[in-house]
Design a protein around this ligand. Structure first.
Ligand SMILES: CC(C)(COP(=O)(O)OP(=O)(O)OC[C@H]1O[C@@H](n2cnc3c(N)ncnc32)[C@H](O)[C@@H]1OP(=O)(O)O)[C@@H](O)C(=O)NCCC(=O)NCCS
Length: 143
């Protein structure tokens, strides 16, 4: 597997849909059209760890947000998400962001560990934010 991160373009939209569908439940599926539209928006960028997963990030002024990050089940626990997160922080910072935000379900222990170990701290809570009834925890890292 390659260790290089690629910039996602609209040409990757179908692949992004496939990986997203492997990582999230059908209720949370995003289709290729959604990805293509998102990637065309100003301030948006995506990074791909080839054959593994991707991250989609939005930058607005000095704040950035991870919209989604996912890794195919067969490629997990090999450091892909850690690398994608670090890559997204680096680009967001180069684009002028000083903080990175994201939201995670209280039930998502894997993602919580990933973010905690990457230096993210809890700054807010949205009660029963997710369809499964779990709360959404807002995390932030100064980048
Ligand atoms: C969360 C997710 C992106 C992690 O991807 P990954 O490539 O397997 O993560 P990494 O290999 O980079 O792991 C980095 C660190 O995250 C933590 N972590 C990752 N998966 C974990 C798990 N299943 N259990 C506990 N900690 C976990 C660990 O601290 C890990 O470091 P370590 O392997 O040295 O212990 C992946 O499990 C996924 O796609 N899940 C479904 C989609 C999702 O929930 N996205 C996040 C939405 S907020």
């Amino acid at each position: 597997m390659s260790s290089v991160l690629l910039r996602a373009t609209t040409a990757h939209a179908a692949w992004l849909e496939q990986i997203h569908a492997l990582a999230f439940s059908a209720d949370d599926a995003w289709d290729a059209e959604v990805f293509a539209t998102q990637l065309d928006l100003p301030g948006m960028f995506g990074l791909i760890a080839e054959d593994q997963g991707f991250v989609l990030t939005r930058v607005a002024a000095d704040e950035a947000e991870i919209l989604t990050i996912c890794v195919a089940p067969a490629a997990r626990r090999q450091g892909a998400a850690r690398k994608l997160l670090a890559g997204a922080e680096k680009i967001a910072s180069a684009w002028g962001a000083t903080s990175m935000f994201l939201e995670v379900s209280t039930y998502n222990y894997a993602a919580f560990d990933l973010y905690k170990n990457a230096g993210y701290e809890r700054v807010g809570l949205r009660k029963r934010y997710y369809s499964d009834g779990s709360d959404g925890v807002i995390l932030r890292k100064i980048i």
